[in-house]
Design a protein around this ligand. Sequence first.
Ligand code: GLU
Length: 466
Amino acid sequence: MIKTRFAPSPTGVLHVGGARTALFCWLYSKKMGGKFVLRIEDTDLERSTEASVQAILDGMDWLNLDYDEGPIFQTHRFDRYKTAIQQLVDQGDAYYCSCSKQRLESLRETQMANKEKPRYDGCCRELSLHPEGEKELVIRFKNPQQGEVVFTDHVKGEISVSNQELDDLIIQRSDGSPTYNLSVIVDDMDMNITHVVRGDDHVNNTPRQINILKALGAKCPEYAHVPMILGDDGKRLSKRHGAVSVMQYFDDGYLPEAILNYLVRLGWSHGDQELFSIEEMIEYFSLDDINRSASSFNTDKLKWINQQYLMSLPLTNIVKLVEQRLVKINVEHQSGSDFENIVDLYRQRVSTVNELADSILYYFQDFDEYDSKAAKKALKSVAIEPLGLLLDKLSNLEFWEKGSIHQVIEEATHELDINMGKVGQPLRVAVTGGSFSPPIDETVAMIGKTRTIERISRAIDYISSK
Ligand code: GLU
């Protein structure tokens, strides 16, 4: 059975690169009818935090990337790593090393001065040392000195590295804790991981990991090392480029469907298709089609995709999100079919949920300024008369609902003998602040009597003061 894993270190937020790796792992396991494991690599006690663990779980949850096993925490498995390390020592595949920091530093300096690649020289390799008394020693893996490690990466093709290039890696620190390369392979082995899909910053670790796996008698998984994500300036994606945290996109009003769709296309393609349902992603995804070169993050494209999903997802989903956003920014609103109509109308015109909420705020809250273009066009002195008449009629209107409001507006056009635009547009700008809104009678009905009257008076004052 195919089994993949996403193995983040909880040392920061879940960023888009990590989320894309998680998505690729998830898609592949779904496609193959396999399993997907979430493993939290928290062995670096100094840098791992509870908050990061939570951020990873929240991100996975928001993106709907469900896992069959986990979250499994490496810190709960220290005993198991100890056993594996002991096995390697007993087999003669690992050894204690007593080299001091100073010795290693001066070794490194000499190598650098000789323009050699810095590497451990194997000083303790054949000494059969054992820890004595208080002083704990590190343990190194005895990397084979002959031959080469060859593997075929699904993304990068065949990779072969001579064992002479690889030095004896520390697998247990002097405090007894395992290092990344050790814990990762013990877990991949114990969890029967068949496909390791991860960032290509780990490609150099792979030959070492393969050697350790072989020493433990395990079968090697297949590998797919995914190229990194760059910002639009060609540099490695970082905070400088804006949001890198997945949950920031949630806060900014993006839809998880859109994020997944954007991420799947970032470094993978299926012809020219841009929009994929989850089912299509699962059907078409293949590790071998992951691009070899790095991809650039493009916020405009993400926005475009988000807009597509805003328009095409069921209205009730979008309504719910807009309501959540309004609650978050402390804006009271009335739910119901009028509200749904507004959301439906506006979702065609914005790219995020937050933008949508912002553009309908005038229904529920007073606004400070008119859109300057709209005011210039509609709030002119000729508008004083129709606005005045509307103010009068609407103030006397008893039943505040769409139909009677419509009637009032029509009456005004007849009485003044002008066309609908000359009445409706000044009214629209007066009550909404801008030149776009749903049908004006509906809009006015939703805004309510008190606010409408106040806003018309304010518009008249605005025109008169100019
Ligand atoms: N924990 C590693 C990281 O977050 C990933 C390890 C792996 O996928 O093998 O970079």
